[in-house]
Design a protein around this ligand. Structure first.
Ligand code: AKB
Length: 320
């Protein structure tokens, strides 16, 4: 099945939220593929040296439509990756700010698409769109959602708006429901799945970790390299193969804190862990244990490459 098109060859790309956990790695890889000058990084703050030194950068508030429009016109941007968002745990502390950022940044980018100022948009959704009434195991693409967090509500609403803009205005918007992401280049911030990154850092720096989730809390997770590959594959797939314009379920592995501890202990036998769950436990309990991603597999050939053991190997090797 030939599912890719030549669109990717001529792109000028804007990454909004380029200094975050996904944005940093996405920017660096897109710059390798398209050339540094074809990929404009932007955020409300500067990023790490690797990102800042690798190509053009603009300070940009994604909730400011005029500023966004100006950057798009100045660089001749045709493709936007909107990675800026307030994640689940922080959003519970600042519900209105989270709603403002997560929704208005999306409206701004979708409206650029509606006005034909950009051709293609990527917007990340999350497993947070699911809630306590959702089937927990192998959660289907289409099912009861009813998210119970501000972040989840904003992502579910965002999905509906993406589909609406596609159906009504022909906006070419594509999206993935990311699971928790494990990466070593940039720390996550404000999420419920952040423990799965912190634990590797502290295993190496302290030899111990106090986990904010209970030992048996199973969540869908993914190594960053898989997540970036999925994102770029979806964006390079010819439009007629994208059957879902809300957001695709995506899966790689599911594990508990206790599984990750055992996996680290195979490499660092003296590593110890304690468990002190906090308000993030309730959020984690409302999310699925595992995800059915057969639509992504069938429509655009998705297949993960990293399991927990391979993830642990990569994390410890690179953080060392
Ligand atoms: C979070 O924990 O909030 C995020 C997510 C699952 O979307 N990592």
């Amino acid at each position: 099945m030939y599912i890719f098109n030549v669109f990717l060859m001529q792109q000028t790309i804007l990454i909004i939220g380029a200094c975050g956990q996904i944005g940093t790695e996405l920017t660096l890889l897109l710059r390798e593929q398209h050339g540094a000058d074809a990929v404009i990084a932007s955020d409300i703050r500067q990023g790490n040296d690797g990102l800042m030194d690798s190509g053009p950068f603009e300070i940009l508030d994604a909730t400011d439509y005029d500023a966004l429009e100006e950057v798009v016109a100045y660089y001749g941007v045709d493709t936007v990756y909107l990675m800026a968002a307030m994640l689940s745990a922080t959003a519970e502390k600042f519900p209105e700010r989270a709603w403002d950022l997560n929704m208005n940044s999306l409206f701004n980018v979708l409206n650029l698409g509606k006005e034909k100022k950009v051709d293609r948009i990527f917007w990340p959704s999350s497993i947070a769109v699911f809630g306590p009434n959702t089937p927990k195991t192998k959660t289907p693409q289409h099912t009861i959602m009813e998210p119970s967090t501000v972040y989840g509500i904003s992502k579910q609403s965002g999905e509906r708006w993406c589909e609406y803009y596609f159906e009504k205005y022909g906006v070419d918007v594509r999206s993935i429901r990311y699971p928790g992401l494990v990466s070593w280049k940039t720390m996550p911030g404000g999420g419920t799945t952040d423990y799965a990154v912190e634990i590797y850092h502290e295993a190496l720096s302290k030899g111990s970790y106090d986990c904010f989730l209970d030992s048996d809390t199973e969540l869908p997770m993914m190594f960053m390299e898989d997540a970036i590959r999925a994102t770029l594959t979806l964006m390079d797939t010819a439009s007629e193969h994208i059957k879902i314009r809300s957001s695709y379920n995506l899966a790689a592995m599911s594990f508990t804190p206790s599984d990750i501890v055992k996996s680290i202990q195979k490499k660092l036998p003296d590593f110890t862990v304690s468990y002190t769950s906090d308000s993030r436990q309730k959020i984690a309990d409302s999310w699925p244990n595992s995800i059915d991603d057969s639509f992504a597999r069938n429509d655009w050939g998705w297949a993960p490459e990293y399991d927990l053991e391979r993830t642990t190997k990569e994390m410890l090797q690179n953080l060392r």
